[in-house]
Design a protein around this ligand. Sequence first.
Ligand code: DX5
Ligand code: ZN
Length: 215
Amino acid sequence: MTDIIVAPSILSADFANMGKAADDVKKWGGDWLHCDVMDGVFVPNITFGMPMVKALNDYTEMTLDVHLMITEPEKYVGKFCDAGADYVTFHVDASKDVSAALDIIKNKGKKCGLVLNPDKPLSLVEPYIDKIDMLLIMSVYAGFGGQKFIAESIEKLKDAKKLIGNRDILLEIDGGVGEDNAKEIIAAGADVLVAGSSVFGSKNPAKTVSILKGI
Ligand code: DX5
Ligand code: ZN
């Protein structure tokens, strides 16, 4: 038994078969579906928006972990909650009113979280630490799947764990997570491991998911 949550990212799935991706993730033992929303402005890539989240929510019972890589998230977080997101996270530096955006999510009865790119210090989230349900540490620069894990993220995870202390906040890591570094990531304190290419590109995804869970 393990408490580690594995959240495969559908960014690495077949976009013409998202229902199958959700079924596969469940079959492989994944816990959540990680949904990467990119607007082409905050990051140089565009993926999908609320309609995809709604379609997945209509299709599957799985927890939807929506990672917003968009500017002015305060304008959209409510819409993603309405679409069926269970967790909504956004980059702290993307919002002009972080507190208001977190409040919108909370008032919708959903879980809220903040995200830090590799060059963004933990001090940026400290003022909001008592408002969030999850802290997402990026171990690659947000924008694309299949990038290499940035080794310094391990120390950042340890520092984030210290900052969280005994608060009820999940620590999530995203980017370049795979069979080779899962142990070290879990030892550094991560609770939620996002993994795109390592799961969807695996010859044996169920085995990969169990390795990511530390089993
Ligand atoms: C990157 C996304 C990640 C991405 C991870 O901007 O936030 O969730 O899908 O992909 P891998 O696991 O392939 O690095
Ligand atoms: Zn992500």
